[in-house]
Design a protein. Structure first.
Length: 199
């Protein structure tokens, strides 16, 4: 029998990634929509680790079941410190509200064009699993991609930078890859595999 874990997100791309990652495991990933709950979590932490735990705890409090959450950040080589996305990829140009997928794509395509059209993107992802108020497990990983100002494919809802992101191992844009082929799946799989016994 599959163990049920709530994935605390409203991001459709993240849901697809996590479901693809844990497909080989005896796990069923539920979403807030599946449980008909809504949680407004302000991602105001100073790090991806803090934001991931904040989200996981908030959704756990609302659902009362084991809850997973993810937060990501990005460093683009060649961009000045003041323009680095960090943990606020959607808070472009200091805005308080998250930018839309289209705005994110347009903004970073312009910024990449200003620094030669291509740069290394260092992604930092954090994942947190809350099993109880006292049992919280977390991990952080990094991986490199190539970011380019030349778009390929349409806008992936929830992951607009896929149209600018190239996997260095294959030379393929993320928009050209199936969810299960993405390089960021392995760490999700390993994290859930390690902790599934605690659920």
């Amino acid at each position: 029998m599959k163990k049920q874990i709530l994935f605390g997100t409203a991001n459709p791309a993240k849901v697809q990634i996590v479901r693809a990652a844990v497909e080989p495991l005896p796990v069923e990933i539920l979403t807030p929509a599946d449980l008909k709950i809504q949680v407004d979590v302000k991602e105001e932490g100073e790090s991806t680790e803090e934001n991931a735990e904040r989200k996981a705890r908030a959704y756990f409090a609302a659902a009362g079941m084991p809850t997973l959450a993810i937060d990501g950040g990005l460093h683009i080589t060649g961009l000045s410190e003041g323009k680095q996305p960090g943990a606020f990829v959607r808070r472009i140009q200091g805005r308080e509200q998250d930018a839309t997928d289209g705005e994110v794509l347009d903004h970073y395509a312009r910024e990449l064009a200003k620094i030669g059209g291509e740069a290394v993107g260092i992604w930092r992802g954090s994942i947190a699993l809350v099993v109880s108020d006292e049992q919280v497990y977390a991990d952080t990983f990094t991986y490199r991609t190539v970011l380019t100002s030349k778009r390929r494919g349409g806008v992936t809802p929830g992951a607009p930078l896929d149209a600018l992101t190239i996997d260095p191992a294959t030379g393929r844009y993320f928009t050209e890859m199936a969810w299960r082929e993405r390089p960021d799946l392995e760490w999700v799989f390993e994290f859930v595999r390690q902790h599934i016994g605690r659920v």
